[in-house]
Design a protein around this ligand. Structure first.
Ligand code: G3I
Ligand code: 9MR
Length: 723
């Protein structure tokens, strides 16, 4: 307030006077390196996540004089000289949001070493007074006051405690005034902007929330059943977030492991949605996330008993024309890619790989009781689902061994259910990229099915080898674009070295034949970027991981070391990205179409790294990616349909639009800063913070579509994290 002229000379405050309890700094954890493996020298990241706690409260004096100790929930001042009046010394906090017409409750506990008066003043940024009261303090006591905001909403209000001279005898003595657990609450406005995983957390996992601006020094976790505070912690780490244009802070309540239902309440006003701490917290989601692929089945009849609302007759079973010929072939089956009815090898292969890897990590999670297409047949539902796709993929292989890129209609279908789309189907030309994706996925499938269904595994391996031979005979990339007049998914790529690397690595794993290892090495020599990627366009990391899983790769220890260093460096850079992001995100603000897949893929990369070289940091950061998808993001929404408090209700998906029903457990594409559909162009522009270019509108296909290869990585991430 104006009447307090800051007189720096009179106040003994300096950084060192503050009793700042710093958050413990997490030391870099160096991935354990097997003896035969060279160290990664400079590649180990500077892993600094926590920075010291800094109080948002300040002391101010005119002619008074005091020293404040700000602990996260205690504003304590030694009054050395009280000055001329009660306002001569004060502690205060600015940046308090007061909403017009809202009622607030201010509570705190006071304790003073002498009996005295203090004055409490709450004001807005224009100096309008909401509350002004003088109270007595002495022995420990609790206070509660009602504040009403009668002025226009102000984002920069102030609460001030005047602790200067109250005119009493006691002012002769130096004394201490402590104001503990100062808390400002309101129930008149929606305050739920503390971002949490809206589903919740596993009891023993790390648990953090994120807030978009400074909301005080501490928070309480409240058990919503008993209404009791069960945990109090400090809010720390200020990080400017370029992607969301926020300044983020976070709290870490990992110590709370008791199962239950909770909310977060911060010192200044904000609260969170309710969330659970529970062992089974992701169980339902895992089922629905996998079942989503079953609902995307093409070329089969879907039964109402499990498909609930999605039941349908067989769809897209007509023969398809091989583009530019009169020849037709049967390519029925597989999964519809996304909100459209195209079926693409480049994404189907990824969905297959993610699911098979999920299974390889935790076969015990994937039983026969998911209540989806092939449940109750004594085989794993996940493997049944994968077979549905593989059976289609076999049909997409030409007698030459080459694999057709995709099967599509000339135009995207109307908003009709699959069985009502009678468009002519076309198989578009063989692509080396698709052929290599096919070869890799088939080889890996042969490994997974080897002990379960030998004939099927052999069939996969033979198809893979045949595709590989085609690639050997066709060493140049050939990945034709859609013919003119075809408005179908493009999935354009500019290199097939990563796909070839994946194919060779998977075949080496399946056969141990050295020719494949040689090939992989050759490709890495040619371009080390062949080792990158877990998406539809760059896929090398699937290969790199399989090479590292294969003991035989160590026969060439130098190559193995190179791969190991490269792979772990990728994972470690993820740790760094996450540690320097306000939401612990690994995206580095690259919000492109399908950004949520990129987030999940990075989580997957971390879990693959944890498998090669276990490290809790990898697991924590992988969890962070899942928490973002389930609500701990700047939009404060869960990007997975049916899960969380706020989630997409209007996805871009032809069958849900046609039937006007909800598909649950589906991951939407998420924020895309490139403004790639008419709806986002209408609502946003290039100045919109990247992280916020997302709209829950069924025609926003660039942000709100769902896709099989986004859900598959979600299945991997959830199941690998459940462990
Ligand atoms: O990666 C570049 C980035 O480096 C660059 O800075 C940025 C700026 O233009 O573009 C990024 O490329 C984007 C690319 O995806 C990779 O993320 C393109 O903008 C973007 O247009 C492209 O989007 C693809 C989209 O199809 C359009 O072709 C999506 O990845 C892809 O998932 C999506 O797939 C569609 C199918 O076509 C049809 N079926 C549904 C499916 C899901 O939406
Ligand atoms: O609905 C299509 C969606 O599945 C694709 O991801 C997207 C990009 O290929 O295209 C959508 O279809 C739109 C087409 O690209 C342009 N005309 C409008 C279509 C949406 O109705």
């Amino acid at each position: 307030m104006k009447k307090f002229l800051t007189c720096l000379l009179c106040i003994f405050i300096c950084a060192s006077c503050f009793n700042k309890k710093s958050e413990s700094v997490v030391e870099p954890t160096i991935t354990e390196i097997p003896e035969t493996i060279k160290t990664r020298e400079n590649l180990v990241p500077l892993y600094v996540e926590d920075i010291p706690f800094e109080s948002s409260w300040s002391i101010i004096a005119s002619d008074g004089n005091g020293v404040s100790h700000f602990e996260y929930n205690d504003v304590k001042t030694e009054i050395l000289y009280p000055g001329a009046n009660i306002g001569a010394l004060a502690v205060y906090r600015e940046g308090i949001p007061f909403s017009k017409d809202a009622n607030y409750v201010l509570t705190f506990e006071s304790e003073s070493s002498v009996n005295r008066n203090i004055q409490i003043i709450a004001s807005d940024d224009k100096g309008n007074i909401l509350f002004d009261n003088i109270i007595q303090v002495g022995e420990k006591q609790n206070h509660s006051f009602d504040l009403k905001m009668n002025f226009d909403t102000s984002w920069n209000g102030k609460i001030q405690f005047n602790i200067g001279n109250d005119g009493s005898e006691n002012m002769q003595t130096q004394h201490t005034v402590s104001l503990k657990n100062i808390l400002l609450k309101t129930s008149d406005i929606d305050t739920r902007n503390v971002k949490v995983n809206q589903l919740g957390y596993l009891p023993n996992a790390q648990k953090k929330f994120v807030v978009p601006y400074n909301v005080g020094d501490y928070y309480n976790v409240i058990d919503t059943k008993t209404n009791q505070i069960v945990y109090t912690g400090k809010i720390g780490r200020e990080l400017v977030n370029e992607g969301s244009k926020e300044t983020n802070y976070y709290g870490n309540f990992s110590e709370l492991t008791t199962p239950g239902t909770y909310i977060i309440q911060t010192q200044i006003v904000l609260t969170s949605f309710e969330f659970n701490i529970e062992n089974s917290v992701y169980d339902g989601l895992l089922v629905d996330a996998l079942k989503m692929l079953s609902l995307q089945r093409s070329g089969s009849y879907l039964d109402e008993s499990w498909a609930k609302g999605f039941a349908r007759e067989n769809s897209h079973f007509d023969l398809a024309y091989i583009y530019d010929t009169d020849k037709t072939i049967d390519v029925s089956g597989g999964w519809y890619d996304a909100g459209d009815y195209g079926r693409y090898i480049k994404t189907g292969f990824k969905a297959v790989m993610d699911l098979l890897l999920a299974y390889s990590f935790n076969p015990q999670y994937f039983g026969d009781n998911f209540n989806m297409a092939d449940s109750n047949n004594n085989n794993s539902d996940l493997l049944d689902e994968v077979k549905h796709e593989l059976n289609w993929m076999f049909k997409m292989q030409d007698s030459s061994g080459g694999v057709y890129n995709k099967v599509v209609s000339k135009d995207f279908a109307g908003y009709v259910s699959p069985e009502d789309d009678k468009s002519k189907l076309y198989v578009l030309p063989i692509s080396t990229n698709a052929t290599a994706d096919f070869a890799g996925a088939m080889a890996y499938a042969s490994i997974i099915f080897k002990d379960l269904d030998k004939d099927y595994a052999d069939k996969c391996l033979n198809a893979s080898k045949k595709a590989y031979d085609y690639l050997q005979a066709n060493p140049e990339m050939n990945d034709p674009l859609n013919p003119e007049k075809f408005d179908a998914g493009e999935y354009r790529d500019d290199s097939d070295l990563d796909e070839r690397l994946f194919a060779a690595s998977a075949l080496f794993y399946a056969t141990n034949e050295s020719q494949y290892l040689q090939k992989a090495k050759e490709l890495v020599e040619k371009d080390e970027r062949s080792l990158l990627g877990l998406n539809w366009q760059t896929v090398g990391t699937y290969g790199e991981y399989l090479l590292l899983k294969n003991e035989k790769t160590k026969d060439d220890i130098d190559f193995y070391n190179r791969l190991y260093n490269h792979f772990m460096a990728q994972a470690d850079s993820m740790l760094n990205f996450a540690s320097t992001d306000g939401y612990f995100l690994t995206l580095q603000n690259n919000y492109n179409w399908g950004s949520n897949m990129d987030v999940a893929n990075n989580g997957m990369l971390l879990m693959l790294a944890d498998d090669i070289s276990p490290n809790d940091n990898y697991v924590d950061k992988a969890f962070d990616q899942l928490h973002y998808l389930l609500g701990r993001n700047s939009l404060n929404i869960s990007f997975i349909t049916g899960y969380g408090d706020v989630y997409p209700q209007n996805i871009h998906n032809r069958m849900t639009i046609a039937k006007n029903i909800e598909m649950v457990g589906a991951l939407v594409g998420g924020p895309n800063r490139n403004l790639e559909d008419a709806i986002v162009k209408e609502y946003f522009n290039e100045n919109t913070p990247y992280a916020k270019v997302y709209i829950d509108h069924n025609m926003s296909y660039s942000t709100n579509e769902v896709a099989i290869y986004w859900n598959s990585v979600l299945v991997f991430l959830i199941s690998s994290l459940k462990r």
